[in-house]
Design a protein around this ligand. Structure first.
Ligand code: FUB
Length: 452
């Protein structure tokens, strides 16, 4: 019976193609911010905020994720890249963010409510790699009610900040350290942006500046996406039109940005397709963006196919062991080293020499599901045995055969629950092994029901 059902699912998929929207189905994401960084034109990066499963409002949002892909089908979720816990001036509301590459480093610009005051500030964090983790630098001075920031670096290297909330939108040039605005450049764009509510995003095309934004018509919620065009980054902007109207399964909010990847323009935005329509537990969407001969945006009708109907997207959660703590996990009585060459990222975790020494990583997922559990490790001096704990479930004693160089080992399928999962590699009992293990990264590969 099971075989027949699997064949039927395959036939259906062959005949109609796989849906690629929502684009990330492993975790609930919102406010997607897509980028191609200048040093790597073959990789598309998408930075998102994160909705807790079943939360249905935005008050409990706490952190951000980064995704990357080279083919728009296979995606890597680099896990949690920044969290409220890493931002000492903030207390809540990790709402929309954007990212930028500026003077050789990667920046995340985001909004959170300031501790003790409860008003939005625009925070800025830096990393030397696009996947983070990011280190908070403080909030941008001169920005009041700094919700939904977007950081646009013009071709001449000048940084501009846009932000908007509650039917208002503002912009200003930033000082070179990105930590404050130039007050003399501050402009209130609200009157130029018909129906604006929040979420400005700027991209440049053929010398024109396009400002896209979620807006509310007099009919109010849900939000639609509108745009306006200008000859200069700070305007004046000419209002154009709506370009993502109401659609079935939308959430109350919409928010996103555009990117040109391998010659094609793509719009990222969000919907409630995965959580079931008009819910505020949201998922990122992507559709191609086209312009007419006058440079006007041709309205997007959200499609199930998304960026291609040949294959469904698959996301692998890739968590570098050395980032464990910053990304929501823990390094307990182990340390980060770089002596054995060939690791990915910035190093590996080693020194598991006492019972319960461990590395744990945080795996945030949308729904209870099975994931393929893969570990990249080296164990140069001999075989090593370790246990894997996922939440409160000890899987079994896993054998890591001797290997002098880093290699991936596939431990098969494991169960993750909706929400936060703590995945821990540790030694339960003291059993001497010949060599100390070095854990490079942990991968959790999405496995669909018809593949199990
Ligand atoms: O994701 C939280 C908030 O919802 C964003 O900051 C708004 O733009 C809306 O998408």
């Amino acid at each position: 019976m099971k075989i027949k059902w699997t064949i039927l699912v395959c036939i259906i998929n062959m005949g109609f193609g796989f849906a690629q929207n929502p684009i990330f189905t492993n975790v609930f994401t919102a406010d997607p911010s897509p980028h191609v960084w200048p040093d790597d034109p073959n990789t598309l990066w998408v930075y998102t905020s994160h909705d807790e499963p079943g939360s249905n409002n935005h008050y409990g949002m706490t952190g951000y994720h980064a995704f990357s892909s080279t083919d728009l089908v296979n995606w890597t979720d680099h896990g949690r890249i920044l969290h409220l816990e890493n931002v000492d001036w903030a207390e809540s509301h990790a709402w929309a963010m954007d990212a930028a590459f500026y003077r050789g480093q990667y920046y995340l610009i985001y909004c959170m409510k300031e501790a003790g005051i409860g008003l939005f500030r625009t925070g800025i964090a830096r990393s030397d790699s696009p996947q983070g983790p990011f280190t908070d630098l403080g909030y941008v001075k001169g920005v009041e009610f700094g919700q939904d920031p977007a950081l646009f670096i013009d071709d001449d290297g000048t940084p501009y900040l846009y932000w908007g909330h509650d039917r208002k939108c503002f912009a200003a040039e930033l000082n070179e350290d990105l930590m404050s605005i130039k007050p003399e450049t501050y402009v209130d764009l609200t009157p130029q942006l018909t129906h604006v509510f929040e979420g400005p995003w700027v991209h440049k095309r053929k010398g024109k500046y396009y400002l896209t934004y979620p807006g509310l018509t007099p009919r109010r919620w849900p939000e639609k996406m509108f745009y306006a065009v200008a000859d200069k980054p700070l305007g004046p902007y000419e209002f154009k039109d709506v370009f993502i109207d109401d659609f079935e399964g939308q959430s109350g909010t919409n928010h996103g940005g555009t990117v040109t990847f391998k010659g094609k323009d793509i719009m990222f935005y969000h919907s409630a397709w995965m959580s079931g329509g008009l819910s505020e537990t949201r998922s990122s969407m992507a559709d191609y963006l086209k312009y007419d001969k006058n440079g006007d945006i041709i309205p997007i009708v959200p499609s199930k196919e998304g960026l291609g109907n040949a294959k469904r997207t698959r996301t692998t959660l890739l968590l570098e062991a050395e980032n464990g703590f910053a990304a929501g996990g823990e390094l307990y009585n182990v340390f980060v080293d770089t002596y054995i060459k060939g690791y990915s990222g910035k190093g590996y975790v080693t020194n598991f020499d006492n019972p319960y020494d461990h590395v744990s990583i945080l795996a945030q997922v949308a729904k209870p599901a099975k994931y393929r559990f893969i570990v990249s490790y080296a164990s140069p001096d001999g075989d090593s045995n370790h246990d894997i704990l996922i939440n409160s479930h000890i899987y079994r004693e896993f054998k890591f055969p001797q290997t002098k160089t880093f290699k991936e080992i596939d431990f098969g399928l494991v169960d993750l629950k909706a929400g936060d999962n703590l995945v821990r590699i540790f030694k339960k009992d003291w059993k001497p092994s010949k060599g100390d293990i070095a854990i490079d990264y942990i991968k959790l590969v999405q496995v669909f029901e018809d593949e199990q």
